[in-house]
Design a protein around this ligand. Structure first.
Ligand code: PLP
Length: 370
């Protein structure tokens, strides 16, 4: 039996999403076709669009379906910046690679990409951003909540600041969706992903204010208001809406039990991220002297699935750019693990972690290698 504590990477499909998709998989009909079968598929897409928009305080017409969070981020970052004569692109230092890498691609095209600093808890420095804003800024991108350490950003404040300066603002809400009650009404550009909330992998959305002109990445049949061509995945979109509509358990009490338990069984563990303004499903620790990847493998052998939270490049674990931006040194950044909960997490999953962790930490420490 696997105790799955990696819901931030992907969370199991919710039964409601599976049922909604099964109802569509047997159907034929391209939502762009004009005949009855096409119109039936279109109705499912539009009802799902309305349902998703209602659940996040957005306008249905602003929802552009994509192949996931990565495409939504790429479309916003590249599409908004390329459409602007302005040269500067400001992104927080703790963004996911789905934002950082398109920003770096823009740098190759002549844009000037600058990182907005964060404090030791991973919160963006709003006054630094204020100083950075000027009439040459094409785009600001700051994620709603961090995928590694769970810190929630002051998104409404940043959106207000950018609006006052006439600068488009994009936020990656992939980890925040389903964990925080989102109200997107004053946020011009937001990336979402279905598989982090129990919908299918390969479906997401960019929720983009219609007043913002974006240059498409994918050209073709002109679907999704000519911004994102490609036949719509009716079943996947229905699954996304059903997953988002499903009841969400309050994960904070179980997360708090996990945090307290880890600090009890490994007293020198360090909780990273904002202790208060953090995602209810996230706990992220550094274990001094303990290589995170070795610890991950030892826990895996004990039936507990966790993550180092940071990306691998060609199979080689990299120190987390998020922790480095928060001021951690490289050895601390390499000694970290993320535990993330989801809709079907149970106290037994936390118990399994707490019983396996002390021996795993001990062994990983002895093996060394940091
Ligand atoms: N943004 C964040 C913050 C994420 O955590 C992820 C997924 O790991 C993504 C974007 C990418 O989303 P997707 O897997 O749907 O492409």
């Amino acid at each position: 039996m696997v105790h799955y504590l990696d819901h931030a990477a992907t969370t199991p499909l919710r039964p409601q999403a599976l049922a909604a998709m099964q109802a569509q998989w047997g159907q034929v009909g391209n939502p762009s076709s004009l005949h009855t079968a096409g119109r039936q598929a279109r109705r499912v897409v539009e009802e799902s669009r309305e349902q998703i928009a209602a659940l996040i305080g957005a306008k249905p017409a602003d929802v552009i379906f994509t192949s996931g969070g990565t495409e939504a981020d790429n479309l916003a970052v590249k599409g908004l910046a390329r459409n602007s004569q302005r040269r500067r692109v400001l992104v927080s230092a703790v963004e996911h690679h789905a934002v950082l890498d398109p920003a770096n691609a823009l740098a190759e095209e002549g844009k000037i990409v600058e990182l907005i600093p964060v404090d030791a808890l991973g919160r963006v420095d709003v006054s630094a951003l204020e100083q950075m804003l000027d009439d040459d800024v094409a785009l600001v991108a700051i994620m709603w909540a961090n995928n590694e350490v769970g810190t929630i950003q002051p998104v409404a404040e940043v959106a207000g600041l950018c609006a006052a300066r006439g600068v488009p603002f994009h936020t990656d809400a992939v980890q925040a969706l389903g964990q925080i009650d989102l109200d997107l009404s004053d946020i011009p550009s937001v990336a979402l992903s279905a598989h982090k909330v129990g919908g299918p992998v390969g479906v997401g959305a960019l929720v983009l204010d219609r007043d913002l002109a974006v240059r498409p990445l994918v050209h073709g049949g002109g679907q999704e208001r000519d911004v994102r061509s490609g036949t719509l995945d009716t079943a996947g979109i229905a699954g996304f809406a059903a997953a988002l509509a499903a009841d969400k358990p309050d994960l904070a009490p179980l997360r708090d039990a996990l945090v307290d338990g880890v600090l009890r069984v490994v007293p020198d563990a360090i909780l990273n991220g904002d202790p208060v303004d953090r995602l209810a499903n996230n706990a992220h620790f550094s274990f001094p002297g303990c290589p995170g990847d070795a610890l991950l493998m030892l826990l895996d052998a004990a039936g507990v699935a966790v993550s180092t939270g940071s990306a691998c490049t060609a199979g080689i674990p990299q120190p987390s750019h998020v922790l480095l931006a928060m001021g951690a040194d490289e050895s601390v950044a390499r000694s970290s693990l993320r535990f993330s909960l989801g809709w079907n997490s149970a106290p037994e999953d936390v118990d399994a972690l707490l019983s396996a962790l002390p021996a795993a930490v001990e062994r990983a420490r002895r093996a060394g290698g940091l």
